[in-house]
Design a protein around this ligand. Structure first.
Ligand code: PLP
Length: 396
C-alpha cells in the first residue's frame, strides 16, 4: 500500500497530538539549536525523583522483579493506596480491590472514562480543561459537553451551571482540582455543592486528583469520594505519582472506584496494556511506606514552587494588560491576555518568535483569552522570561 492509499480509522483520523507536549517539544528543539529559550511550557516538575524511591526501584530490579505483575497492580501497592485513601483523604472503608495501578495517570483517566461511558453518552467537562479529556471521551464514542468558567469565577463551575448542563444523556462529570491548566482548587463547600448536584442527577464523577499535594496558601484538599457513601459510590478517583514525586517518566497512575468499576478497569487494562511496569511499582511503594521521607521530598519541592509562583504571579500582574488569578494549586498560572486582541495561538507564536518565550495557548484548554505558564522551571528562567514578556506586551 502506498502512503497515499493509507486510510486511517475514524479514531485515528480525528485525534490530534497533545498540544502541550508539542509546545514543550518545540521549545526543546529551539534550545537544541542553541537558542536561549525561556520555557514555560513544561507539564512536569523540573526536579529529579527522590533518591529513596529510585533506590527502592533499583533494588527491585536487582531482586529480579522483571516479570509481569497482576494487571491491577502489585498487592502491596494496592493495599497501601487503599490505606492512604482511608487515612489521608478520609474515604470510608476502601478495599484493595477498589484500587488499580496503571501505566500513568493519563491511562487511569482513559480507562475510567471507558469503563462508564459509551456511544450516546454525554460527558461534562468544565473548561478550561486538561487537553486530553475531550479526546479520551471521543475515543470512548461519547460526546464532550463543555461548561465554561473564566477567571471572573475563579475558573470554577457553579452547581447551577452544572445543573443546567445535565441532560438525560449525561453520564459523567470530570472534575480536576487542583486544575491543569488553571491551578484552581475547589474548596470543601464547593466540592459538596457540585457533588450534591451529581448525586441528585445520578451521574458519575471522575475526580482527577493528580495535583492533590501541590497546594499553597495553606488551603485544604478535599476528595469528593470522602464526602459521603453516596459520593463514594459515584466517584472514580484517578491520580498518579508523576507530579507528586517527579516521576513522569516512570508511567505510574492510580485509580480508586467502587469495586465493580475497578474490576472492569482492571479487565480493560489487562487486555490493552497488562500491568504497569513491575519494578516501577516497587519504587512507588517506597513512597507510600516511608511517609517521613515522602513528606520531606514534597515539602522541599513545594517551597521552591511557592516562591516561583509568587514571583511569576507578581510579575504577570505588573504587566499592563495582563490579569492573573492567584492559583492555589499545581504548578501553573493561567493569565488572561484577552486585552491584546490576539488569538492565544497568535499571541504565543509571536511571543516565541520575537522573544523566545514558550507558553501554551489557552485555546488548547478551551479558553482562547488565556495562556498557560508553568513555573516548573528555574528562578532564572522566570525572571528573564517575565522581562521579555513585559517588553513583548509593551510592543503590542
Ligand atoms: C499530568 C496529568 C495527569 C497524568 O499524568 P501521568 O504522567 O500520565 O501520570 C493527569 N491529569 C492531569 C490534569 C495532569 O496534568
Amino acid at each position: 500500500m502506498s502512503a497515499s492509499e493509507i486510510i486511517l480509522s475514524p479514531w485515528a483520523r480525528n485525534i490530534s497530538p497533545s498540544p502541550t507536549l508539542a509546545v514543550d517539544a518545540k521549545a526543546k528543539a529551539l534550545k537544541a539549536e542553541g537558542k536561549d529559550v525561556c520555557g514555560f511550557g513544561a507539564g512536569e516538575p523540573d526536579f529529579d525523583t527522590p533518591e529513596f524511591i529510585k533506590q527502592a526501584c533499583e533494588e527491585s530490579l536487582r531482586r529480579g522483579d522483571t516479570k509481569y505483575a497482576p494487571a491491577a497492580g502489585i498487592p502491596k501497592l494496592r493495599a497501601a493506596l487503599a490505606e492512604k485513601y482511608i487515612t489521608e483523604n478520609g474515604v470510608v472503608g476502601v478495599k484493595p480491590e477498589q484500587i488499580v495501578v496503571s501505566p500513568g495517570g493519563k491511562f487511569s483517566c482513559y480507562l475510567a472514562i471507558l469503563s462508564v461511558c459509551g456511544p450516546g453518552d454525554e460527558v461534562i467537562i468544565p473548561a478550561p480543561y486538561w487537553v486530553s479529556y475531550p479526546e479520551m471521551v471521543k475515543l470512548a464514542g461519547a460526546t464532550p459537553k463543555f461548561v465554561f468558567a473564566g477567571d471572573d469565577q475563579g475558573f470554577k463551575i457553579t452547581p447551577e451551571q452544572l445543573k443546567e448542563a445535565i441532560t438525560p444523556k449525561t453520564r459523567l462529570l470530570v472534575l480536576n482540582s487542583p486544575s491543569n491548566p488553571t491551578g484552581a482548587l475547589y474548596n470543601k463547600a464547593e466540592v459538596e455543592a457540585i457533588m450534591a448536584v451529581a448525586i441528585e442527577a445520578g451521574i458519575y464523577v471522575m475526580s482527577d486528583e493528580i495535583y492533590e499535594y501541590l497546594l499553597y496558601d495553606g488551603v485544604e484538599f478535599v476528595s469528593p469520594a470522602s464526602l459521603s457513601e453516596e459520593a463514594a459510590a459515584c466517584t472514580i478517583t484517578v491520580s498518579g505519582f508523576s507530579k507528586t514525586f517527579s516521576m513522569t517518566g516512570w508511567r505510574l497512575g492510580t485509580l480508586m472506584a467502587p469495586a465493580p468499576i475497578a474490576k472492569a478497569v482492571a479487565s480493560l487494562q489487562s487486555q490493552t496494556s497488562s500491568n504497569a511496569t513491575t519494578f516501577a511499582q516497587w519504587g512507588a511503594l517506597a513512597a507510600m511506606e516511608r511517609p517521613t521521607e515522602a513528606k520531606d521530598a514534597i515539602a522541599g519541592m513545594l517551597k521552591v514552587f511557592d516562591r516561583r509562583r509568587m514571583t511569576l504571579l507578581d510579575g504577570l500582574n505588573a504587566i499592563d494588560g495582563i490579569r492573573c488569578d492567584r492559583a492555589q494549586g499545581a504548578f501553573y498560572l493561567f493569565p488572561n491576555i484577552g486585552s491584546y486582541g490576539l488569538s492565544s495561538t497568535d499571541f504565543c507564536a509571536k511571543l516565541l518568535e520575537d522573544e523566545l518565550v514558550a507558553a501554551v495557548p489557552g485555546v488548547a484548554f478551551g479558553a482562547d483569552d488565556y495562556m498557560r505558564v508553568s513555573y516548573a522551571t528555574s528562578d532564572e528562567v522566570i525572571s528573564k522570561g517575565l522581562e521579555r514578556l513585559a517588553r513583548f506586551c509593551q510592543g503590542l
